[in-house]
Design a protein around this ligand. Structure first.
Ligand code: PLP
Length: 396
């Protein structure tokens, strides 16, 4: 049971890379009364949302919205386009790429996991030339899809999706391109149509600033065509009926009405700010955060500066400092949540989220909490990250 002790003075700093803090404006929109999902007002809401969400994916193609977390939309992308036993080429960028591969196996697909050896792959983005080389060797076109994660939330590394598209084209290979931009969308630049993505998968609780609970498939015409012959079993996830009902602003089942109110508000906020301004804001905060990490003398998990994530920064803790013990100390002392290290990097890093409605002062408060926590944990710091980040922000 929740007690008053659970609510110390001030607000909790939710600085994990999703769920990101939900702006008050969105929370208020979500508190409107639930309406009849078969009534006329609902159709107006549905049509508005389905049109505006396309602008975020930068697509003219349909976007399917599911009442599910991102994991559901992962499954939908695979189940709608592929058949049992199909070979799929997946790329190991980190923990989420690994989970998507596990799901592909569970669904009866045959994933092949490409990547750099050891932990190297968890510090860099997708190496498109490895994909090109593998596809060139697949003369019989047995590989039906290439699956990559755009923004690997477990590490803070963003991959170049345009380069993956070019690699597939250079190999002259017909495989579908499926991209997880669950934490990338509405924070890092993303272009579904221009990059020739066949299915883009996303979720509500990251750049879109909503609570968890809705997720997306943006779908190319090639993916729709593939879905006509794909034989993986699917019912709830099937695009066909959803797209047919969406044409008039409705869903075949009861949609998550109040989350859709929130989505409508989030889209208004994002489109008013402008996507380019939003991306620049994220890049600037991310650069300030990295300047803090460097000033502390700690290492950034992403080892390729062309792949730094604007969404989050992964910070490697020095030998002898357990990152989860540090996170717990910061949580207990300063009421701030930081992201844990996942999978292969558990205990060796923590993640600072700077996405969604983040601004200069939320970042500065976050970095202050980190710096005080590092000092309390006895981690020797080379200097003040807070001072470095303030200098960065005031000079840009
Ligand atoms: N893919 C990425 C890149 C993610 O960051 C996450 C969640 O953090 C997921 C997939 C899984 O999404 P969900 O937890 O919403 O099911």
């Amino acid at each position: 049971m929740l007690t008053l002790d659970f609510h110390p003075a001030g607000r909790h700093f939710l600085q994990i890379p999703g769920p990101s803090p939900v702006p008050d404006r969105i929370l208020r929109a979500m508190s409107y009364p639930t309406i009849d999902h078969r009534g006329p007002e609902f159709a107006a809401l549905g049509l508005k949302l389905l049109a505006d969400i396309k602008k975020i994916f930068k697509t003219e193609q349909p976007v399917v919205i599911y009442p599910a977390s991102g994991t559901g939309a992962w499954e939908a992308a695979l189940a709608n386009t592929l058949s049992p036993g199909d070979a799929v080429l997946m790329y190991e960028t980190g923990h989420f790429a690994t989970l998507w591969k596990k799901m592909a196996e569970a669904l009866g697909l045959k994933p092949e996991f490409l990547g750099l050896p050891g932990l190297e792959g968890w510090r860099r983005g997708v190496q498109a030339e490895l994909i090109e080389e593998r596809l060139r060797r697949d003369a019989g076109h047995l590989i039906k899809a290439v699956c990559v994660v755009h923004n690997e939330t477990s590490t803070g590394v963003t991959s170049n999706i345009a380069a993956v598209r070019q690699a597939i084209d250079a190999a002259g290979h017909p495989a579908l391109l499926l991209v997880d931009t669950i934490s990338g969308l509405a924070a890092a630049d993303y272009r579904h149509d221009e990059w020739g993505v066949d299915v883009s998968v996303s979720g509500s609780q990251k750049g879109l600033m909503l609570p968890p609970g809705i997720s997306f498939n943006a779908v190319s015409q090639k993916a729709v065509a593939a879905s006509k012959s794909a034989r993986l079993p699917r019912a709830f996830w099937d695009w066909t009926e959803i797209m047919a009902m969406n044409a008039s602003g409705y869903w075949p089942y009861t949609p998550s009405t109040n989350l859709l109110y929130g989505l409508s508000e989030a889209l208004d906020m994002i489109l008013a700010e402008g996507l380019d301004n939003l991306f620049a804001r994220h890049q600037r905060l991310a650069a300030a955060c990295r300047s803090a990490v460097r000033a502390w003398g700690l290492e950034i998990q992403c080892a390729d500066e062309t792949a730094y994530s604007p969404v989050l920064t992964g910070v490697m803790t020095p030998a002898g400092c357990d990152a989860d013990a540090l996170r717990k100390l910061i949580y207990d002392k300063f009421d701030m949540s930081l992201g844990t290290g996942l999978g292969k990097v558990k205990g060796a890093m923590f993640r600072i989220g700077h996405l969604g409605e983040a601004n200069d002062l939320t970042l500065m408060a976050t970095l202050s909490g980190c710096e005080m926590g590092l000092q309390l944990a006895g981690v020797p710091l080379a200097g003040s990250g807070v001072v470095a980040a303030m200098a960065h922000l005031s000079s840009t």
